[in-house]
Design a protein around this ligand. Sequence first.
Ligand code: NDP
Ligand code: OXD
Length: 309
Amino acid sequence: MSIMIITQGKDISPWVKALQETRPDLNVQVYPDIRDDSDITFALSWNHPLGAFQGFPNLKCIASMGAGVDHILKDPDLPETAVVTRVVDENLTRDMATFTLAAALNYMRGLTEYKALQHRHAWERREYKRVGEVTIGVMGLGVLGAHVAKVFSRAGFRVNGWARSARLLDGVTVYTGQNELNTFLAQANILICLLPLTKETAGILNKATFARLPKGAYLINVARGEHLVEEDLLEAIETGHLAGASLDVFREEPLPAAHPFWRHPNIDVTPHIASVTHPASVVGQILENYDRLRKEESLLHVVSRQRGY
Ligand code: NDP
Ligand code: OXD
C-alpha cells in the first residue's frame, strides 16, 4: 500500500517533506512517476489530470489537499468505489475568518481608496461605514462559513447566514433553501460566498442575486470563481447597484493578465490566498485516514459524492 501525490501546477515539496518527517518509513510516490500502479490505495490530490485515477485499480481513497472537493468530483472518470475526503483544519478555518474580516473592514473604511489617494498626495476625508450599520450575509454555513459568521457576530455586526438545512448558530440568524434566499439577500450589505461549488451553486452570484441585494452592497467571494457570473458583477458595479467586490477566486487561475478585474478600481483581487492549507498542519489527519483505510475503519471528513460537498 502506498500514497500517491497527484496534482497539477502545485509545489508539492512541502507535502512530501511533511509526510516524510511525520512518518519516515512511508512510501510516498509522486504522479506520474509511479513504480507500481496496483500498489496505490490512497491519493492525495489537488487539481489532478482528469481521468488519471482510472489507471489505479486498487485506489480506495482520494483525499483533497484542501477543503474543497470540486476539483476531484468534476472528473467524470472517478472510480466508483473510491471514497473522497477533504481537509478540516482549525488554522484553515481561522485564516478564512481573518481574511473575510479584513476584506470587509478594508471596504468599510475605504483603505484601498486611501492608498490610491496617497499616490496622488491627496488629503481627502471620506465618509465611512460603521459596524452597527452593516448587515453581513454569509452564504454557506459549513465549517468555514459558520466560523466566519460567528467571528463577524462577535465583532458586533448583525449577521445572517444561508444554508440548505436549518441550525442554531449563536448570534446568527439562519435562512434556508431557495424559499428564504431572497429574504436573506435583501438584508446583506456585505455578501460573503462560502458555498461549495456544486451543480446547484454554480453561477449563483449572478444578475438576479445582485438585484436582490440592497443598493450599495459589497461582494466578497472566497469560495470558487465558478460561483460568479463575471459580466453580471461588472454590470452591477457599473450601474452603481453594487459598490464593489473583493475576489480571491476566479474562473481561470491565475487570473489572465488582460482580465478587466485587474484594473477595476472597485474590485480588489487576491490570488486564492484567503485560507491556505499548511501541509504540516493537516498531515496528521491525512495519515490518520491512511491508517484507518489499512485497518478498514471508517474515514474522517468524507464528502458525499452525490451532494457534491
Ligand atoms: P462545507 O462543506 O463545510 O459547507 C458547505 C455549506 O454550504 C453548508 O453549510 C451547506 O449547507 C451549504 N450549501 C451547500 N449547497 C448549498 C445550496 N445549494 N444552498 C444553500 N446552501 C448550500 O464547506 P467549507 O465551509 O469547508 O468550505 C466552503 C468552500 O470554501 C469550499 O468548498 C471551497 O470551495 C472554499 N474554500 C476557499 C478557500 C480560499 O482560500 N479561497 C480555502 C478553503 C476553502 P448544509 O450545512 O445545510 O448542508
Ligand atoms: C481549498 C482552497 O479548497 O484552498 O482548500 O480553495
